[in-house]
Design a protein around this ligand. Sequence first.
Ligand code: NAD
Length: 253
Amino acid sequence: SSTGFAGRSVVVTGAGSGIGRAAALRFAQEGAKVLVADLNKETAEQTVEEVRAAGGTALAVIGDLSEQAVVDEIVATAVATHGGLDVLVNNAGIMDRMSAAGETDDAEWERVIRVNLTAPFLLTRAALPHMLAKGGGAIVFTASEASLRGSAAGAAYTASKHGIAGLTKSLAVMYRNEGIRTNAIAPGATVTNIQLDVQPDAHGPAALRPYFVGAGKPADAAEQAAAIVFLASDAAANINGAILPVDNGWSAV
Ligand code: NAD
């Protein structure tokens, strides 16, 4: 097995479940020291236990990533305990209710934008000085099929994930000469614990239904994790600003 991440400090958000947990386990297998960030204490600690049981190094920081204090604690803990911050995986996210814009209330809009777009911005901003201090690093976002078009989710989620695509490209350009690469995966349907609270709105779910027929076979979280680890690795040394669909061809339909 590869040891491409031996000794490197990796932060994975949403690592208590699904794609984030699979990514944390895989980075640890490759020798990384992994910080597991999640809202859910019990599941985050399970991820840490799984990493340690496999001989790896991990610790958890629990809290809501949309709070600046939690973001600061994640970065400070990675720097103090793992000797810096080499790789940031902005993966945590929540679904909307598949609502059309006209049926999206303020609470749904603000929560989805806050968790899916503002929180990764806050964490990235806090991490950048530490990557710059080491002369480089890698950032990987978990974007979505909904980063690529308007037919994969509701208005809030689609807007948040298009925002992630823009943030990925902006970071890629602004830091390309300082050794920091930024990329994203765009997962199609993936088997995880993500909560789907689809509302029977007049527009959203009914209007979207015809477009889901092209989704193809759902992915396992481990298949998404493999792409995240690749984009963070030296094997992707000249890949910067890419949004990589991991969707069994859904985006090609
Ligand atoms: P999941 O629900 O299994 O895991 C997400 C984790 O993020 C959970 O452990 C949750 O506790 C954590 N989390 C959520 N909000 C948080 C917050 N505010 N602070 C800290 N932790 C928080 O879901 P998943 O499918 O693995 O989702 C990971 C990413 O993949 C998300 O960004 C999601 O939008 C994206 N995605 C998923 C799919 C899919 O089909 N599952 C498709 C495209 C994109």
